[in-house]
Ligand binder design. Structure first.
Ligand code: URA
Length: 433
């Protein structure tokens, strides 16, 4: 087989066979296919698409390109959640202990952030002592005894995706539905959970800009997961503004704690309850209504907060910070973004806000960048809020004073105002079961 023949076949809209896709995935994994041919095929796939059979074969082959984690010791109780990305998305910090407090097993691998989206592993590392790399035995023991363990992604999980994603990122081939489906689902299938809840985000901070596109993506992922024997459900959630009010690692941990302690209402809590309800319903085999009711009751009883503490302690984190979040170090410098006009906040360029937080030190521009855990943004106004000229729209935090002015300008430029009343965004657009 020759790679150039596969590229030409796809270039003219042909469908690749499982054998051809196997040749491609094996060659990407063992390094025998050069990056330029891999990139050319990714571009042909982006332009010509793939049918469902091709996507299913590509996903399966990518999942089997490395280790397949076996969580069968947890029977049907193991559950995972994946978000297609967002800004201020700290849902795992709330959902993982919440689902575990209800009896599910959340043995999870999470990613690091790159660019405008943050990563759960980075957020967790803002808790001093928290270990994101554990030997497999310890990962299993904590999952078994505590019900929740969250570690960084192992290098051997879907290695074909690791190589493909790195190339797609720099060749303009990220936003292809077949490539996104196979990338996400290969990792999720390899990670072993029996039930998987997908949080497919839509809006200015997400890959998917319309609910219709998000629904196509969600349905394809649900179909593939189900064909591979997993319980699947997908929620299409809003990312037309950051989720919650905090963007940045320690700031987001503090906000998640406020929800777990019952001190904070609003969009973050609502989205978490909707996702947790699905996770619980799939893993504990309840109706979605029963799952949601149990999620609410468990959050409100404080059991999810107690589970959070148990989890953090089991992974070496200093629980003093959880009990007293004022211990998290504050950034040395801050500045406020002030409203220059009165009106209703009508729209936010969420990706630009993520980039502003990244420039403050909360995110990485390259993999080698070291994060400033105290850096980030607290939003004082969200879409639908009425603001007066002179009101504070956001407060920016950083250890590097020189980043503040640029980030403040980026933030201010990311907002649009209207004189007319503006509705708040719908939080959960659709649920695909
Ligand atoms: N997240 C992934 O893991 N892969 C993609 O292709 C897009 C988002």
């Amino acid at each position: 087989m020759r790679m150039v023949d596969l590229i030409n076949k796809k270039k003219y809209g042909g469908a690749l066979t499982r054998e051809e896709l196997d040749f491609f995935v094996s060659g990407v994994t063992d390094g025998s296919i050069p990056d330029y041919q891999t990139s050319a095929l990714c571009m042909a796939i982006l332009l010509k698409g793939m049918n469902d059979e091709e996507i299913a074969a590509l996903t399966d082959l990518m999942a089997h390109s490395g280790d397949m984690i076996d969580l069968s010791e947890f029977g049907t109780l193991s559950v995972d959640k994946h978000s297609t990305g967002g800004v201020g998305d700290k849902t795992t910090l709330i959902l993982a202990p919440l689902a575990a407090a209800c009896g599910a097993k959340v043995a999870k691998m999470s990613g690091r952030g790159l660019g405008h989206t943050g990563g759960t592993v980075d957020k967790l590392e803002s808790i001093p002592g928290y270990r994101t790399e554990l030997p497999e035995e310890e990962f299993r023991r904590i999952s078994r005894e505590v019900g929740v363990c969250v570690i960084g992604q192992s290098g051997e999980l879907a290695p074909a995706d690791k190589k493909l994603y790195a190339l797609r990122d720099v060749t303009g081939t990220v936003d292809s539905i077949p490539l996104i489906v196979s990338s996400i689902m290969s990792k999720k299938l390899a990670a072993g959970a029996h039930s998987i809840v997908l949080d497919v985000t839509v809006g200015s901070g997400a890959f998917m800009k319309t609910v219709e596109d998000a629904e196509i993506l969600a349905k394809k992922m649900v179909t593939i997961g189900r064909a591979c024997g997993r319980n699947m459900s997908a929620l299409i959630t809003d990312m037309s503004e950051p989720l919650g009010r905090a963007v940045g690692n320690a700031l987001e941990v503090k906000e998640a704690l406020a929800v777990l302690k019952g001190e904070l209402e609003g969009d973050l809590k609502e989205v978490c309850l909707a996702l947790a309800g699905e996770m619980i319903s799939l893993s504990l085999e309840m109706t979605p209504e029963e799952g949601l009711a149990l999620a609410k009751e468990t959050l409100e009883s404080g059991a999810a907060y107690e589970k959070f503490k148990e989890w953090i302690a089991a992974q070496g984190g200093d629980v003093c910070y959880v009990e007293d979040p004022s211990l998290f170090p504050a950034a040395a410098f801050s500045c406020e973004v002030i409203a220059e006009e009165s009106g209703y906040l009508a729209a936010m360029d969420t990706e630009a806000i993520g980039n502003a937080a990244c420039n403050l030190g909360a995110g990485r521009k390259t993999k080698a960048d070291v994060l400033d855990m105290s850096a980030g943004i607290i939003l004082e106004a969200k879409i639908g809020d009425k603001v007066k000229k002179g009101d504070v729209l956001a407060t920016l935090y950083s250890e590097k004073e020189e980043t503040l002015d640029g980030a403040a300008a980026l933030y201010a430029g990311a907002l649009s105002f209207s004189k007319k009343k503006v509705a708040r965004p719908v939080l959960v657009h659709r649920i695909i079961r």
